[in-house]
Design a protein around this ligand. Structure first.
Ligand SMILES: [Mn+2]
Length: 404
């Protein structure tokens, strides 16, 4: 039985520049600590090698300290680490890899497979066919040479590549680099370890994307794992087991508020968030003043517990109730205006009703902010647009859109 741990897309040095400066370094640090956990898993499962299928580094320009720290993070596993460059860390003439070598940062058990030629690990019972990217984008299939590559009989044939399996993955992947979907079969590979797609994905019994071990996108694509690959003998079908290894749970929380129970459900979801959650909250639909106040309070509580919460309430509409309006204590001209807007809002002209509704929400929001009881509250706010903009801005101090 030969065992591998397959991982990829560590993207070490990623900055998370659109995030709050308080959160970004913590998310960046998590990418180093997940490598330490991968090393511990490799030791625990007594694997014969760790296959790292490209994009180890996020950029060629990562700092010297980052390079050293990455290789230090491998220390928990003494067996071979087999790494290929991906599109983010392509094996250019001068690259992050040549810098690492010059620094003397690469330990003896880390094998940088920078050229497309077989690497034999006869003692462990396998041969590796690497398809390193030597530029960021290529339009030919770099795994083509696997088909005719000779390897000693009796050794497993393991391919490692970084790119997009043609005709199977959506366009939502960050490189052109094509890979034939039937490469494992054509090249008689026992296993083809792929990188580039950030989710964990099976292409066929012998071809997998491990995905990034520490999630880095809000997309739900099953990231946060490493793959344990067990192969009994050459030509045996691999047994592939995903191992959860990521620290943070990135998630998109999308809510459309129509009835009061929708708001209750959303607030319960927010109240359930904890320190491992990285959340993109998007709320649309409609709510009254009380609901908005409650939502903003729940966001405030959740922000303090989650690792990161960004909220977009820009399409949430404030629709004041009769009680909301009575509570505004508007009299004189403002009272008359409110009454007139409410009449228009329930009128038969749909366009006018919609305009009146918007105006009413703006006015009610502005008046609510005036009230002593709500002025002291951080939550009851300005006019609908303003409330929402304020709430959005306060809740998204770390949102991408709010920072260049
Ligand atoms: Mn990539």
């Amino acid at each position: 039985m030969i065992r591998f741990l397959h991982t990829a897309d560590w993207q070490i040095g990623r900055q998370f520049a659109t995030f709050d400066p308080e959160h970004a370094p913590i998310l960046a640090e998590a990418r180093i600590s997940v490598v330490e956990r991968i090393a511990a898993l490799a030791t625990q499962h007594a694997v014969d090698a760790v296959l790292v299928a490209g994009d180890v580094f996020d950029a060629q320009t990562v700092s010297e300290r980052t390079i050293r720290r990455l290789f230090n993070a491998l220390a928990g596993y003494a067996g071979p680490w087999l790494m290929i460059p991906g599109n983010h860390d392509a094996a250019l003439a001068e690259s992050v890899w040549t810098r690492a070598q010059r620094l003397g940062a690469v330990p003896a058990n880390a094998h940088l497979l920078l050229a497309p030629s077989p690497a034999l690990f006869a003692a462990q019972g396998f041969a590796v066919l690497p398809a390193p990217l030597t530029q960021r984008h290529t339009y030919g299939d770099l795994t083509g040479w696997f088909d005719t590559a000779e390897t000693p009989p009796g050794l497993l044939r393991i391919g490692i590549a970084h790119g997009r399996v043609q005709g199977i993955l959506s366009e939502d992947i960050d490189s052109a680099n094509p890979i034939a979907p039937d490469r494992a079969q054509r090249a008689r590979l026992d296993y083809l370890a792929l990188g580039d797609w950030h989710g964990c994905k099976r292409i066929d019994a012998r071809t997998w994307y491990a995905g990034t071990p520490e999630p880095d996108r809000f997309k739900a694509n099953d990231a946060g794992q490493a793959l344990l690959v067990e192969i009994a003998a050459p030509d045996s079908e691999p047994v592939v087991t995903s191992l959860a290894v990521g620290q943070y749970r990135w998630q998109l929380l999308a809510a459309a508020l129509q009835v009061p129970s929708d708001m209750d459900a959303l607030q319960a979801q927010l109240d359930a968030l904890g320190p491992r959650d990285v959340v993109d909250l998007r709320v649309q639909g409609r709510t009254d003043l009380g609901g908005l106040q409650g939502l903003k309070a729940a966001i405030g509580r959740a922000e303090a517990r989650a690792r990161h919460l960004q909220a977009d309430l820009s399409t949430l509409q404030l629709v004041p109730t009769d009680e909301d309006i009575a509570g505004l204590q508007a009299d004189g001209y403002l009272g008359e205006l409110l009454t007139e807007l409410r009449d228009l809002q329930s009128g038969s002209d749909a366009a006018q009703a919609r305009t009146a509704q918007d105006a009413l929400a703006l006015l009610a929001g502005a008046l609510a902010r005036r009230l002593p009881t709500t002025a002291s509250s951080a939550t009851a706010g300005a006019g609908a647009a303003e409330v929402i903009a304020t709430s959005s801005a306060s809740a998204t101090t770390s949102a991408g859109a709010s920072r260049p």
